[in-house]
Design a protein around this ligand. Structure first.
Ligand SMILES: [Zn+2]
Length: 283
């Protein structure tokens, strides 16, 4: 039996939106040390439990006009945006797998494992980016499994994904070790903590998942975009960000690096094939 690719794509988008809904729960509850499974989602203001129709990704927020049904408190637009982003990104990571999956050229288990693992990777990257941006912390429960997941995937699907287990292992060592060295050097030179150990674990995970070959581009993109963001932020006169949180002196603008590492990894995952083709074409 062959399913039309469009039907599979719609399913992947809906599936991704559900992941997005769970992502909101994780980002909200994990830093507060609350369970991510119990209780059901509720309004943060009045505590009213959401019924099933108030809990549909994106749609409910639109239907409710962005307010709690009961107490009319505004609900942040970040919730539907995160759900929509996860839906779109799910389709984007599944896209290269779909033709092989639908035509049967790819063994079913390989396609399903590949798509699911890359969705989990995207989920964890977004969760780390949002939590790090909110709290300046990368929770171990998110960053520690990442190298294991990446290595497992490289062992299971190495040639199919283009990241062998050797490249994954080298990436994990170089990513984690490299950032650890930078952290140590920074601490020795400035007597301050620059990078968190969360960033080290995150980078080991990114290396395991994307392979050694991805690390230079991921780091470069993360650093450039981080600098652009800090520059833009400072220009906008909001350089007090760090001091408001009591984390650093005024001359040291503290920005979490995790979100930029996560975004760099995401960009590599989605764009490196296209970018490679374009480069090959120009050269
Ligand atoms: Zn309410």
């Amino acid at each position: 039996m062959q399913l039309p690719i469009a039907i599979v794509a719609v399913f992947v988008v809906l599936w991704g939106a559900l992941w997005g809904s769970f992502l909101n729960v994780v980002v909200y509850r994990l830093p507060a040390r609350l369970s991510v499974v119990h209780p059901r989602s509720r309004c943060p203001k009045c505590g009213t439990q959401l019924t099933w129709w108030q809990n549909i990704p994106v749609l409910s927020w639109v239907l409710l006009g962005g307010r709690c049904h009961r107490c009319k408190t505004w609900i942040s637009v970040r919730y539907p945006l995160v759900e929509a982003a996860m839906a779109v990104l799910s389709l984007a990571v599944a896209w290269p797998w779909l033709p092989g999956l639908v035509s049967g050229d790819l063994p079913l288990w390989q396609g399903i494992v590949g798509v699911l693992a890359e969705q989990v990777f995207v989920f964890v990257l977004l969760a780390i980016a949002l939590i790090d941006a909110d709290t300046f912390l990368v929770p171990d429960v998110l960053s520690l499994p990442l190298p294991l997941l990446g290595l497992g995937l490289a062992i299971a699907l190495g040639p199919v994904r283009g990241v062998t287990w050797q490249q994954g292992a080298a990436g994990a060592l170089a990513g984690g070790g490299g950032l650890l060295a930078v952290q140590w050097l920074y601490a020795v030179l400035t007597h301050r903590e620059g990078l968190g150990t969360g960033d080290v674990k995150l980078m080991a995970g990114i290396g395991a998942f994307l392979g050694l070959q991805a690390l230079p581009a991921v780091l470069l993109v993360a650093a450039l975009q981080g600098l652009l963001f800090v520059g833009g932020w400072a220009l906008a006169g909001r350089g007090k960000l760090a001091t408001d949180r009591g984390l650093a002196s005024i001359r040291h603008l503290a920005m979490p690096f995790g979100p930029f590492l996560a975004l760099g990894a995401l960009q590599w995952l989605l764009l490196h094939r296209i970018a490679g083709k374009m480069l090959a074409h120009w050269l």
